[in-house]
Structure formats: structure tokens, C-alpha cells
Ligand binder design. Structure first.
Ligand SMILES: Nc1nc2c(ncn2[C@@H]2O[C@H](COP(=O)(O)OP(=O)(O)OP(=O)(O)O)[C@@H](O)[C@H]2O)c(=O)[nH]1
Ligand SMILES: [Mg+2]
Length: 312
């Protein structure tokens, strides 16, 4: 698995360029920033992927800086980004704690949700691969009974990741798939069940209710499950990702976000408003379509890669 911050630096190139392009208008200011500069800064922050409330907070904090110049502006911005990310930080390694519990007698279940095409199935493949490498007996469950090709796609990922799959052709109710997969996992001593769900918009209340039902039936069979409820968000959605997150969180009590497609996105800064506005931790970053294109999220590395050497 890629863990070097060097990789993250290149992955975040577009997001970094987007920030540095905007900030460079201040770079030749040797004197303290003027009122007009502050107006430009306000425009910049509100137009960024931080979202209005985080942008407002950052602006107010920066305004309080004494001797505000370009260098102080950059230092303040980076430090506020880091503070915000740390507010919600959760170490991605903590997802393995319930699996490692020596008193565990039942399988652990991870439920994966998100809007259409966010990267749920791909991320499940990546997580399953990680779990397999750690030696766990993994069962993928195809609770996306909506899209015709969804089962085949998950079957293909199960082969790549080297794990088992539960994908009955005749079951059309996603809750029934989830329930039966958990039952099978319990009976056959699986360690982990990874439940893939169909993409849905947070505004489709019937489909959101369906997710709630999936979660409920899992809990009826395995009272401690699901131990994790991951939300997969496409970094390209920018601020819309926050709107999605708020709605999915209210239904599923999301335990962590997997932020995908950072490669090619210029809106990586959305991780900051997820943390500041919703207190939702990003656990993993998706950065490509291969099994190993996933990386644990680390606030320090993220801010360094997002802002680069700007201001130094
Ligand atoms: N570049 C890049 N592509 C990704 C990443 N994650 C997923 N993809 C691609 O995004 C597309 C959609 O991925 P899926 O995993 O099928 O997304 P999904 O959320 O399961 O989609 P639905 O089930 O249709 O809602 C595929 O072409 C993936 O290869 C990523 O981190 N980076
Ligand atoms: Mg899918």
C-alpha cells in the first residue's frame, strides 16, 4: 500500500495549484495587507472548496492576526486548516480494532454508502484487499440489487482482492442480501462482511430509508454491527460532498469518510469543511483505480501536500 507523502504531494497537485493560483495575487505584497486585499481574500475563501461557514471562520481568524502580511496569511491559513482537520481526526488504523478484539465471537460488518458513481465498489475492493493481506476471512455482500452490472463488478473485485462474495442472483431486496450475508458470515466464521450498496442521492428519501433498513436488519442479527458505516465521497463534488455527507450522516451515523478520485480533483480542500462543519473524519483517500490506490489520511501530510511550500 502506498504510504509515502511524496505520492500524496503529486496526487494533490491540482488542488494545490488551485490554492496557489488564487493566493499568488498576495505574494508580492511586502507591506501589510490592505482593506482591498482583505476583500480579495474574502472572495477567495468564499469561492474555495472550504464552504461558507469554514471560510467565514478562517477570514475572521486571519483578520485578527497582527502585522498581517503574505507570510503571516499563509501560516495562519495552514494552521487553521490543520486545526480544523484535527477537530475530527480519527486514525484510520482504528477500523481494525473491532476485528482485533480477542473477545470477539461474531463477524464485524462494514456498511458502505454514497451517491452514484462515488467509488463505493472500488473502495470496497481496496478495503477487502487490505483485510485479506492482514489475514482476515472476508465476505463481500452485493446489496446493490438495483444496477444490473453491479454484482459482476463486485465479483470481479472479489477475485482481484482474493476474498469471498455473497451475490445471489434471485435476491432483489438489498436488506435481505445484507441479512443473509451476515447470517452466512456468522455460520461460517468469517471475520469481516463488507456490504456494497447501490448509489443513491441523499434527496431520494425512499432510498435513504432503504439504507436505514439495511442497517437495522444487520443490527437485529449482530447487535454490535455495523461496526463501521463508511461514506464514500467523490472529491470532485466539492461542497456538494458536504451536503451529501450531512444527509447520509443523519440516517446512518457515519463513522468515517473515504474521499475518492483525489487524483484529478482540484477540490481536495473539502476534507477541511467535512471536519470543521460536520466533525466527520476522512479516514482514507482514494487516488486511482487499482487495488493499492488508497492511502490513510493524515492531517499534517494533507495540509503540507495541499499548501506545499507556500508562504515559506
Ligand atoms: N481516478 C479514480 N477513479 C476512481 C477512484 N475510485 C473509483 N474510481 C472510478 O470511478 C468509477 C466509479 O466507481 P465505482 O466503484 O463503480 O463507484 P460506485 O460508487 O460503486 O458506483 P455505483 O455503484 O454505480 O453507485 C469507476 O470508473 C472507478 O474506476 C479513485 O480513487 N480515483
Ligand atoms: Mg457500485
Amino acid at each position: 500500500m502506498k504510504t509515502k507523502s511524496k505520492d500524496l504531494f503529486s496526487i494533490l497537485e491540482k488542488s494545490r495549484n488551485s490554492w496557489s493560483d488564487k493566493l499568488k495575487i498576495f505574494s508580492d505584497k511586502k507591506n501589510f495587507l490592505t482593506d482591498q486585499d482583505m476583500e480579495s481574500l474574502e472572495e477567495l475563501l468564499y469561492g474555495s472548496d472550504l464552504g461558507p461557514s469554514t471560510a467565514h471562520y478562517f477570514l475572521e481568524t486571519i483578520k485578527k492576526e497582527k502585522n498581517l502580511n503574505y507570510s503571516v496569511l499563509l501560516t495562519s491559513l495552514k494552521s487553521e486548516m490543520l486545526n480544523s482537520l484535527n477537530l475530527a481526526y480519527r486514525d484510520a488504523d482504528s477500523i481494525w480494532e473491532s476485528l482485533n478484539d480477542t473477545n470477539r465471537t461474531e463477524p464485524v460488518v462494514w456498511l458502505v454508502s454514497g451517491v452514484n458513481g462515488a467509488g463505493k465498489t472500488t473502495s470496497i475492493g481496496k478495503l477487502a484487499y487490505m483485510a485479506n493481506l492482514k489475514g482476515y476471512k472476508v465476505l463481500m455482500a452485493s446489496a446493490d440489487t438495483f444496477r444490473a452490472a453491479a454484482q459482476d463488478q463486485l465479483i470481479s473485485w472479489s477475485k482481484k482482492a482474493g476474498v469471498f462474495i455473497f451475490a445471489p442472483e434471485d435476491m432483489k431486496d438489498p436488506s435481505a442480501v445484507a441479512y443473509n450475508a451476515c447470517q452466512k458470515a456468522k455460520a461460517q466464521n468469517y471475520d469481516l462482511v463488507l456490504i456494497d450498496t447501490a448509489g443513491r442521492l441523499h434527496t431520494q428519501s425512499n432510498l435513504m430509508n432503504e439504507l436505514e433498513k439495511i442497517k437495522k436488519v444487520i443490527g437485529n442479527l449482530l447487535p454490535k454491527s455495523p461496526q463501521e458505516s463508511f461514506l464514500v465521497l467523490d472529491a470532485n463534488s466539492g461542497q456538494n460532498a458536504c451536503v451529501q455527507a450531512k444527509n447520509f450522516h443523519s440516517i446512518l451515523n457515519i463513522t468515517g469518510v473515504i474521499l475518492t478520485k483525489l487524483d484529478g480533483s482540484s477540490k481536495g480542500g473539502v476534507a477541511i469543511s467535512l471536519a470543521k462543519d460536520l466533525k466527520l473524519p476522512v479516514l482514507f483517500l482514494g487516488m486511482g483505480e487499482a487495488l493499492s490506490d488508497i492511502q490513510k489520511f493524515n492531517p499534517n501530510n494533507f495540509v503540507s501536500a495541499l499548501m506545499g511550500g507556500q508562504g515559506q
